[in-house]
Design a protein. Structure first.
Length: 180
């Protein structure tokens, strides 16, 4: 005969009825509803960030093309590469390369101040768009870290939701402590 230690009956990890047989518990409430809600919220947030990132990247491409055309026109109208480089923040080699790409432009006759103000404005807009894109990426990385720490998604699912590769997810979250 076995003796029980403690005052209560011994409970095993499996669900057993009073007769000692397994009890069907499929209709019992499960705590996964909060996990499902967390997963849905995270998937929506990552999808939103993916779309925002796409829009920001598109805006950067458009602004870069407009700024490059302004650089080409300014060089064609007689501004020096050093002046354009100082105004735009690009190095002189990049300015020279951009100017050579627009070799089919004709002199516009606009004064130097008009070129300088247009270049400065477009370069400022481009830097602002780059900062905005960096903020979106930073928030996306925070969402990825939160999802991994809370075990809402695995690496493959996060890669699918973000448009990144699973290897990129693993590399970028290598130092993150994940619960076991």
């Amino acid at each position: 005969m076995t003796t029980q230690q403690g005052s209560g009956p011994a409970v095993s990890h499996q669900a057993r009825s009073a007769t000692g047989r397994y009890t069907y518990r499929a209709k019992a409430p499960r705590p996964q509803t909060t996990d499902h809600n967390d997963h849905a919220k995270l998937a929506h947030a990552l999808g939103t960030h993916r779309q925002l990132l796409s829009h920001a990247t598109s805006a950067i491409r458009t602004l870069t093309a407009a700024r490059n055309e302004l650089i080409g026109q300014a060089i064609e109208d007689g501004l020096t590469i050093a002046t354009v480089s100082a105004v735009t923040g690009e190095n002189m080699k990049a300015v020279r390369t951009i100017a050579l790409a627009y070799d089919d432009l004709h002199p516009s006759g606009l004064p130097r101040t008009v070129h300088l103000s247009a270049l400065k404005q477009k370069s400022d807009e481009l830097r602002a768009a780059g900062r905005h894109r960096a903020q979106i990426i930073e928030r996306r990385e925070a969402l990825i870290v939160m999802a991994l720490r809370n075990q809402v998604c695995d690496d493959l699912e996060l890669a699918s939701l973000t448009g990144l590769t699973p290897d990129h997810i693993r590399r970028s979250t290598r130092g993150i402590a994940r619960p076991a």
